[in-house]
Structures are given as C-alpha cells and as structure tokens.
Design a protein around this ligand. Structure first.
Ligand code: ADP
Length: 358
C-alpha cells in the first residue's frame, strides 16, 4: 500500500520533497557546526581564565549566539540548496533525458559557483556533441541504405531480364556485364565502409615499414593502367628516389584513390602530373589533373562521407574514397589539401612528416 502511494507521487513533488529534506539537513548541520564552534570557543576562553558563566551578559550572549546560528544556518542552507543541489539535480534530470534519447536538453546556471557553472557548461557541450554524433549516425545509416539500394535494385532488374529465355546473346552479355558492375559497386562500397570503420576504431596502427615512396606511387599508376589507357590519359612524373618509414598498405589506398579520381574526372586525352618533393620537414605528393575541377563549395565537402559533387559520375563511385584518404593521412600525421577551379582541373597535395629513413 505504502509503495503504491509513493509511485503515484508526481516527479515534481518528489523533487521538491528532496529539496526540502536537503534544506532541513543543511539547516541542522549548520546549527550543529556553529554551536560546536561556540562551545569550543567558550571552553578555550575558560581555560585561559575568562568566564561568562554568570550575569546578564552570559544569558544575552547565549541568546545572541543562538539567533546568529539560526540566521547563519538558514542562509547557508538556502545557499546550499538553491546554488548547489538544484543545479546538480538539474544535471541529473538532464542526463536521464539524454539516456532516453532526448539530445535537445540544455541547462542554464546563473549562480557564481565556478565548478557548477563549468559542470553545466560541460553538460551542454556533451549534449551538443551527442546530438551531432546522433545526426551523423542517422545520416550515415540513411546514406549506406541508399548506396546499397541503388546497385541492388539494378542487379535485381538485370537478373530479371536475364531470366527471360527469349533474349539474344548480345543482350545476355550486356545484362551480365551490368549485373557484374552492380556487384562490383556493392563490393567497393562494403570494402570502403569496412576499411573506414576499421581505421576509425583502430587505436594503434601497424608498425611502420621502410620502403620507396616513389616506387609505390608508380605501382599505383600501373595498377590503374586499364582505367587511364581506356581514356588515353598520359602521365607526367617528377619523382626523385625517396625512402620513407610509414603505413605502406594504407598509403597505397590513398594514392590509388586520388590518382583514380584524377583519371575519373579527366577528359579523354588529358594529362595527369604526379610530383614528389621533399622539404626539410615534409614529403609532399602532388596529384594534378586538368579535368572537370570543383567549385569552392564542392571543395568544402569532398572529404565528407558519401559526398559526390559530380552527379553525372555518381555511378562510378560511392563518395567514401576521399573520406577514407583523409582519415588515413591524418592517422599518418599528415595533411591533405585541395585547390581546384571548375573546368580547369584540381591539385591534391598530401603532406607527410619526414622520417629519418628519407
Ligand atoms: P567518389 O567515389 O565519388 O570518387 P570520393 O570521396 O573519392 O568519391 O570523391 C568525392 C567527390 O569529390 C567526387 O564524387 C567528386 O565529385 C569530387 N572529386 C574528387 N576528386 C576529384 C577530382 N580530381 N576532380 C574533380 N572532382 C573530384
């Protein structure tokens, strides 16, 4: 019976009861402390031969001490409850709301206790960060679902067409190749998502390997040969011998992505320059194309997951390549920069800190 009664109380009632309990507690605690101090002082004075045990002064003194104690205790308990317990209780209530998925909660504190002001500020910061993480997560899920849906539905379409016995041999070949293209797209997408998530969750990277950076860049260009020869693209290479100690396989993904993009966004017959330089503190790798280029707005977003500026080439990628490159380069203590102009081409610069092997 008692339990049921307690459950029926509103949260506000419980909150005010809790405050009242704390107020009473603080009040009596302060009176106790003040009276103890008073008695201690009296005892000390008595030991030094000063006594107030007789006369009107003693009675007047005791009453004033009681009154002062009560006033001070009231002030202290008011201060404690309204300045300390209430913000703490607000923080606790806010944390509960966040735990239930309401990231919009924000607190305000007008008191002067620095630690509490900081706690409230940090709470609001945490709520803001959690809400943007939640937004990114939701966007990510929506993007992944969308990116999976497109090749899956074309795969479904081509397989339906292939199941028709009346199609010609050339049609069969065409539908098969398109079905394989969709499978390849799905494969690239899952590969990139897995690589990105592995990298984002990996606390320490593998031990660095010592190798020739210029040779690795050449290997990436050779690997992409089917793509550039199909478009009759030529390469201008300026790469002195440079040995580095670094994340070999991760950096290989960066070169294939960035050079692959330069090929993808170049016109037929275009030229791509790959330049390797060494300054006192950095290795600089430039990938320069004369392709479609990008506006300033597009350049601001190209490292965002799933962003694709050029809608006409959306089927050729998934918008994760540069996000992955940025993550890899930053995990290798490097930076990646882009400058571009629509219709004139783009320059990607990757700057890595020099290592003693170089
Ligand atoms: P995608 O798989 O679409 O290539 P990326 O993350 O590699 O994804 O690139 C994101 C977007 O940046 C591309 O869709 C394209 O719009 C733009 N982009 C990247 N590299 C270039 C480039 N060299 N020239 C023009 N646009 C580029």
């Amino acid at each position: 019976m008692k339990k049921i009664k307690q459950c029926n109380r509103s949260p506000e009632m419980r909150h005010y009861k809790r405050i009242a309990r704390r107020l009473t507690l603080a009040f009596f605690a302060t009176i106790f402390v003040l009276l103890s101090i008073f008695i201690l002082i009296m005892l000390l004075l008595e030991r030094h031969g000063i006594s107030f045990h007789s006369g009107t002064f003693s009675a007047f003194g005791s009453i004033s001490v009681y009154i002062i104690s009560v006033v001070l205790a009231s002030a202290v308990s008011y201060f404690a409850v309204w300045n300390i317990f209430r913000p703490l209780s607000d923080i606790s209530k806010g944390a509960k709301k966040i735990a239930h998925g309401d990231y919009s909660v924000r607190l305000s504190y007008k008191g002067r206790v620095k630690e509490l002001a900081e706690s409230v500020e940090n709470f609001n910061y945490m709520a803001q960060e959690l809400s943007s993480i939640e937004m990114i997560r939701n966007d990510f899920i929506a993007n992944v679902s969308h990116e999976f849906k497109t090749p899956l539905s074309s795969l479904n379409g081509y397989l339906t067409l292939l199941s028709d016995d009346s199609i010609s041999e050339s049609e069969r070949k065409e539908y098969l190749s398109k079905a394989f293209f969709s499978i390849e797209k799905l494969n690239d997408l899952t590969d990139n998502i897995l690589r990105l998530s592995k990298l984002e969750n990996q606390v320490t990277l593998d031990a660095p390997v010592t190798y020739r950076l210029d040779e690795q860049l050449r290997e990436a260009i050779v690997l992409l040969e089917p793509k550039w020869s199909r478009k009759n693209i030529s390469f201008d290479l300026e790469m002195p011998e440079i040995t580095i100690s670094g994340q070999r396989s991760l950096l290989f993904q960066v070169w294939t992505n960035i050079i692959g993009n330069a090929i993808k966004f170049s016109d037929t017959g275009g030229c791509i320059t790959v330049k390797l330089e060494r300054s006192p503190h950095h290795y600089k790798i430039y990938v320069i194309d004369e392709g479609v280029g990008m506006t300033d707005e597009q350049q601001r977003h190209i490292f965002d997951k799933f962003y694709q500026a050029d809608s006409s080439r959306q089927s050729q990628g998934n918008g994760l390549g540069l996000a992955l490159c940025k993550e890899i380069v930053s995990r290798c203590n490097g930076k990646i920069y882009v400058t571009s102009k629509p219709g004139e081409g783009s320059v990607f610069l990757i700057s890595l800190k020099t290592t003693k092997e170089g």
